[in-house]
Unconditional design. Structure first.
Length: 224
């Protein structure tokens, strides 16, 4: 039998040389790689893909939680904290101390700050096990004449201090002071700019991506 001479004829006498149909969708640049491998190659049902995504999310959450627990349990402060100083002020004279505190007053002429340490103290325990707690305050004069001060300090500032305690923990000779928040306005500015930046980033992301709740994934907008 001769070969078909009609250009519209699609029959071939050599079936072994026929090429498989080309699925452009599988190799499209917009087709996600994982979707191509799992759906087109392995043929796993959508419920399995959702289970894999949920498992991945759970693993990530556990990993982040584990890192936070490890960080919280680590002892980065070898010296006494506020509760230790309030409980026994005289025991810590001469020790190197790292503290977080709020500035109560500033004496620029004397190069001194006044800070107040605060800690909860148990004053009584009832028969039922109920505890009575009282807030204890301890005032310390901070000498800053030889301090390396990062930022401007004023009353109401939240600061970090490193130095040594003297005179039954009533005097703190500061070697370094870092200002976290200069005042309440500084604190509000930091959080408002953080919130604004987060909203802008989220808005730009969701302008180009959308959530596919059925498959638990993000996909470009316009993708069917």
């Amino acid at each position: 039998m001769g070969a078909c001479q009609n250009p519209s004829c699609t029959h071939s006498s050599h079936p072994s040389t026929a090429r498989p149909a080309f699925d452009a969708g599988v190799f499209s640049p917009r087709a996600p790689i994982l979707k191509t491998l799992i759906t087109e190659r392995w043929g796993l049902p959508p419920i399995v893909k959702r289970a894999h995504r949920l498992l991945g999310i759970a693993v990530l959450i556990l990993a982040v939680g584990g890192v936070n627990v490890a960080y919280a349990s680590a002892d980065f402060q070898s010296g006494p904290d506020s509760a230790d100083i309030i409980a026994d002020p005289a025991a810590h004279d001469g020790e190197g101390v790292f503290l977080f505190a709020e500035v109560a007053a500033v004496d620029e002429a004397a190069d001194e700050l006044t800070i107040e340490l605060e800690a909860e103290r148990i004053t009584a325990v009832g028969l039922s096990g109920a505890r009575t707690e009282q807030t204890a305050l301890h005032e310390i004069t901070v000498r800053t004449a030889e301090s390396d001060i990062s930022g401007t300090v004023e009353a109401g500032s939240n600061i970090q201090l490193y130095g040594s305690l003297q005179a039954e923990s009533t005097v703190f000779v500061a070697e370094r002071i870092v200002v976290d928040f200069q005042n309440a306005s500084d604190w509000r500015y930091m959080y408002l700019t953080s919130i604004a930046g987060t909203l802008i980033a989220a808005g730009y992301f969701f302008k180009h991506w959308r959530v596919n709740l059925r498959e638990l994934r993000f996909e470009p907008r316009g993708e069917s």
